[in-house]
Design a protein around this ligand. Structure first.
Ligand code: SAM
Length: 213
């Protein structure tokens, strides 16, 4: 019997044209890299990438970079991209903890955090993507009028995030505890997790925040 050579996810990622390689070298030079002035939006923890791809189709004048820690998850997004290639999407396989090594002050216009891991134990609070430690990292890379947009079905994580926003001196544009029955639903693009939780009847929380001037 002939066995098919199934490539490992790391190998697939290394060869894929949409995955950014040695991206630390682009720090401070992203405009040069893209050879244009279009804004850069990140999704941190993008999972299988459905949200990112939908957004990229809706907004061709924005560069979307999807950040994902695990190769095994990122390959699922790459498979989707093969079916429907989009010129304004790239991927970075990395832990967001190191994000300031990749982007310089003002290089990022918006950061999306969708259904981020809750890290329920108190001693892991600093790993939550909305912790004050992460907000400080976003502060280092966002444009002056940059925003962080966060959705979750996890009320505990959302309440924690509201506290961290206050503690870090950021400002709420708005927050809702039930996005799908709110005035903010217009134009909402669902993520894979969002669809699952909405179908279960769970309310979705959303906040949009920016730094104090
Ligand atoms: N955003 C997607 C959605 O809404 O359908 C996926 C949500 S999933 C619960 C969280 C994703 O974030 C996982 O794919 C996980 O591997 C990734 N992730 C968690 N912590 C991360 C980090 N520090 N850096 C990069 N990715 C991370």
């Amino acid at each position: 019997m002939r066995l098919r050579n199934v490539k490992g996810s790391r190998e697939q990622i290394a060869e894929n044209e949409y995955v950014l390689k040695n991206a630390e070298n682009n720090k401070g030079k992203w405009k040069e890299f893209f050879q244009d002035d279009k804004p850069i939006h990140l999704e941190i923890g993008m999972g299988k990438g459905r949200f990112l791809m939908e957004m990229a189709k809706l907004h061709p004048d924005i560069h979307y970079i999807g950040i994902e820690k695990y190769s095994s998850v990122l390959v699922r997004a790459l498979e989707k991209m093969e079916e429907e290639p989009l010129p304004n999407i790239h991927f970075l396989r990395m832990d967001a903890e190191y994000i300031t090594q990749y982007f310089d002050k003002g290089e990022v216009a918006e950061i999306y955090l969708n259904f981020s891991d809750p890290w329920p134990k108190d001693r892991h609070a600093k790993r939550r993507l909305t912790s004050r430690q992460f907000l400080a990292r976003y502060d280092e890379i966002l444009a002056d009028d940059g925003k962080v947009i966060f959705k979750t079905d996890n009320r505990g994580l959302f309440d924690f995030s509201l506290e961290e926003v206050k503690e870090a001196g950021w400002i709420l544009d708005y927050a809702t505890f039930d996005l799908h029955h709110s005035e903010y639903l217009d134009g909402n693009v669902m993520t894979e997790y969002e669809e699952k939780f909405v179908n279960l009847g769970n309310p979705i929380c959303k906040m949009v925040i920016h730094r104090a001037k």
